[in-house]
Structures are given as C-alpha cells and as structure tokens.
Design a protein around this ligand. Structure first.
Ligand SMILES: [Zn+2]
Length: 218
C-alpha cells in the first residue's frame, strides 16, 4: 500500500494555478523540494535568497520550484494557498478578517499561509515542506523569521481576544515590542479596566505566534 505523502508547497501552488510550470529537460533531484523529476532545470537558482539552509542536496530544479522562483508575486504579497486557488491578501477587501477566520477555523484540506512585512525576501521558501494538512495545528510562514511558526486555533482565539480589547488604542508597534508603552497607554488601560490585559499582552512580545496574531489583528 502506498503511504500518503504530504504535498509540497510548489505542487500545491501549481494545482491552484498560482504558478505555471513547464517541463525542463534534465532529470535529477530538486534542490528545493527534494522530489525526483525527469523534467528538471539544470541551472542553479540565483544566489539572491537566503534559504539555502532548507535546501536538499539536489542537482536540478523541478518544473514547479523553477516556476515558483520566477513568480515575484509570491514574495511581494501575503497569501493563502489552497488546492483550488491562491488568495493574495493585497487583492481582497478584508484580508485581516480572512486571516483571523482561517486561524480560528482552518480548512480541512491542504493549505499554506505566508505573511510578508517587507515583500522582498523569498520567505515563502521556508514553507516548501510545511503544507498544512489538518486543523489541530498549522504552520504559518513569515518573512521576518527564518522558520515557519506553529500555531493552533486555541492559541489564535486566546491571542486575538487579547488584541481585540487593546486595538486600535494600543499601536501594533507597541504590542510587537518595537516601541515601548508609555504612561498614556497605561493610564488608558487603567481607566478602561484593561491593565491586566495590557500587562499580559506585553509579556507575549518575542513569541513568534504573538507576532502572527498582531499581523492579523485590525
Ligand atoms: Zn522542487
């Protein structure tokens, strides 16, 4: 009996039409996804990305990975990929609401989530072997950390609950830890009965899961 294999990210992207692979002519093992191909590309990917730590000892790029590297939209925008399509968050009206919905009720089929702050790094490469298959725990790829972040719907509900009480009054930079909360923030929290909530939120700084939730908060 054949073992069920997790789909690779670039094959998921290909299924959903996010990339358009064409067959190459060189057989080998793919540098990026580690799968064997008869129709690879012999050229090495350009050296302008930093994800070589994730790469396999391959000899070619498979058609899917080759096409994905040549698709700038994958690094320029945040996205959610499912087998039927890719949703670029910059193209929809309520991107953060959609993210929160996916975090709280993840799909019951293969999917991948990538979030970018800068739109420059090929940060999605960290997700090559991290396509989500279930709803209990799921990975989110981000361009501000080197590794995908493991989340759960329970954590999302908890963290988004905290953030919902503090936003928009307390800035995202302060919740993230890029700026310090000042006297006015604590005075506001005290007056609103949110001092415990603010202190709890400040303690979450540095947790990668917390950063993802700040990204998704309004
Ligand atoms: Zn590949």
């Amino acid at each position: 009996m054949q073992r069920t294999q997790t789909i690779t990210l670039t094959r998921l992207l290909s299924q959903g039409g996010a990339i358009k692979p064409f067959p190459g002519s060189t057989p080998g093992i793919c540098y990026l996804c580690g799968l064997a191909t008869e129709e690879g590309y012999g050229e090495k990917p350009s050296g302008n990305f930093t994800a070589w730590a994730q790469c396999y000892h391959g000899t070619v790029l498979c058609p899917e990975c080759y096409a994905a590297l040549k698709t700038p939209a994958l690094r320029r925008s945040s996205w959610i990929a499912i087998p039927e399509q890719i949703i670029y968050l910059r193209d929809i009206d309520e991107p953060r609401a959609l993210l929160r919905q996916v975090f709280i009720e993840p799909p019951d089929r293969p999917y991948a989530i990538y979030l970018t702050r800068g739109g420059q790094k090929q940060g999605w490469l960290s997700l090559l072997r991290y396509v989500n298959q279930g709803a209990q725990h799921f990975w989110v790829g981000v361009d501000w950390r080197d590794r995908p972040i493991l989340l759960s719907p329970e954590y999302a509900v908890w963290a988004l609950g905290l953030l919902g009480q503090l936003r928009p009054k307390i800035s995202k930079a302060k919740l993230w830890g890029e700026e310090e909360c000042d006297v006015a923030d604590y005075a506001y929290a005290s007056e609103a009965g949110l001092l415990d909530v603010l202190e709890c939120a400040v303690k979450q700084r540095g947790d990668p899961r917390w950063e993802v939730m700040i990204y998704a908060a309004d």
